[in-house]
Design a protein around this ligand. Structure first.
Ligand code: GN1
Ligand code: MG
Length: 378
């Protein structure tokens, strides 16, 4: 695990933080970047969120930081147009850095480690699990609101940094490559899992194929809208959507699918006891209620039809990703693979969740249909 920069003084010396610092502590639990909270000494100075960006995943830091500024500027403008209050708590504010005391930048290059900061949003909380029906609905509404805010986002400067992020056929092609190479000598442990996933390749190519035929429109989506990427206030309202690194073009069912994959799991993403893992239909339904109540104003018929399939698709894809990384020797999830079998445990838990979703699919699809009289997606 990478550490806090060698000294807070060094950061201040390069102009990273022009405020006196009281303390710096690890913060949050994402699998890709490392995050810290900087608490400043004077109560009138803002606190900051400091992140070390994962270079294995994000190669072009300039473009990454530019994308985030374009997206946050767009959302800020929308909020201003709506006459929203407390805008600084409703959209992330990337902090500019005066590196070497002069050049304004949105990251700090410390010997090829790249750091960035956001202004910390006070009085916010994140949740790892949905606590009640209302929270699931609120999360669904927040995701649809985020989609609505970005409907008309357009910028020539915006770059797709991780193309085909949720493209299942490409993820499967990568798994096949890892199987053929077997560079970590682990294939012998996972023959059943590989067979299970490859046998479903065609089923889970459907959405990518529909996209290729323009049946599903490309939208700007989050691509990682896990529950813990929403900041809630203490009353249970969503203040802000965070973790914008993966915001890119994709299909709405990818976002709804990934959100459900994470928050409608009766167990944990890396549960060692797969008996704990299944789809929580109540959370699924509440989330869909919230999502549809906002999305109904812009979602197309074909998109709505695809929503119930999204959770299966994203759970399939995440199983493929964890298993591929296990076979590859834990390179992608390197920093957060805490024991040798961790990626395998994750893959098995996702496969269990996938089976549960496949068993419950008719009910999931019927429920989504009931929200707007949509036809079944098969
Ligand atoms: C990663 O870093 P985090 O936890 O927000 C990953 C997601 C996965 C997730 C699995 C850029 O997100 O795609 O779904 O782990 N992000 C990237 O928990 O690969
Ligand atoms: Mg993320």
């Amino acid at each position: 695990m990478s550490m806090i920069p060698s000294s807070v003084e060094e950061m201040i010396a390069v102009g990273l933080l022009p405020y006196p610092v009281k303390s710096i502590e690890a913060h949050g639990g994402g699998l890709i970047n490392n995050t810290f909270k900087i608490i400043t000494k004077n109560p009138e100075d803002p606190n900051f969120l400091l992140q070390k960006i994962n270079r294995w995943v994000f190669k072009d830091i300039d473009a990454l930081q530019q994308n985030i500024r374009l997206i946050t500027d767009h959302i800020r403008k929308k909020l201003e147009e709506e006459g929203a209050t407390n805008i600084q708590k409703r959209v992330l504010s990337p902090a500019s850095i005066l590196s070497n005391g002069s050049t304004k930048s949105y990251y700090w290059d410390s010997n090829n480690d790249y750091w960035r900061m956001y202004i910390y949003i006070e009085d916010s909380v994140t949740h790892e699990r949905v606590l009640d029906a209302k929270m699931a609905q609120t999360a669904g509404k927040a995701l649809a609101t985020f989609h609505r805010q970005l409907l008309d986002f357009k910028s020539e400067k915006f770059q797709e940094l991780l193309p085909d992020f949720h493209n299942a056929p490409k993820r499967v092609a990568n798994l096949k490559k890892r199987v053929d190479e077997d560079i970590a000598g682990r294939l012998k442990n996972v023959k059943d899992e590989v067979e299970f996933l490859l046998s479903r390749e065609e089923t889970y190519s459907k959405v990518a194929n529909m996209g290729d035929k323009n049946i599903l429109p490309q939208r700007i989506i989050h691509q990682d809208p896990k529950l813990n990427n929403l900041l809630f206030d203490k009353k249970g309202n969503v203040m802000c959507v965070i973790d914008l690194d993966t915001v890119m073009h994709g299909y709405l069912c990818y976002d709804v699918g990934d959100a459900i994959r994470y928050c409608a799991n009766t167990g944990k993403e890396d549960d060692k006891n797969i008996e704990n893992v299944s789809v929580d239909m109540k959370i699924f339904k509440n989330y869909m209620d919230g999502y549809a109540s906002v999305a109904k104003d812009f979602i197309t018929w074909a998109e709505m039809e695809s929503l119930a399939f999204g959770p299966r698709l994203l759970t399939y894809e995440q199983s493929v990703r964890f298993l591929a990384d296990y076979l590859y020797g834990d390179k992608y999830y390197k920093y957060k693979t805490l024991y040798p079998e961790h990626n395998l445990v994750r893959a098995r838990a996702q496969i269990k969740l996938l089976k549960s979703m496949e068993e419950n699919y008719q009910e999931m699809a019927a429920y989504v249909r009931s929200l707007g009289n949509w036809k079944p997606f098969s």
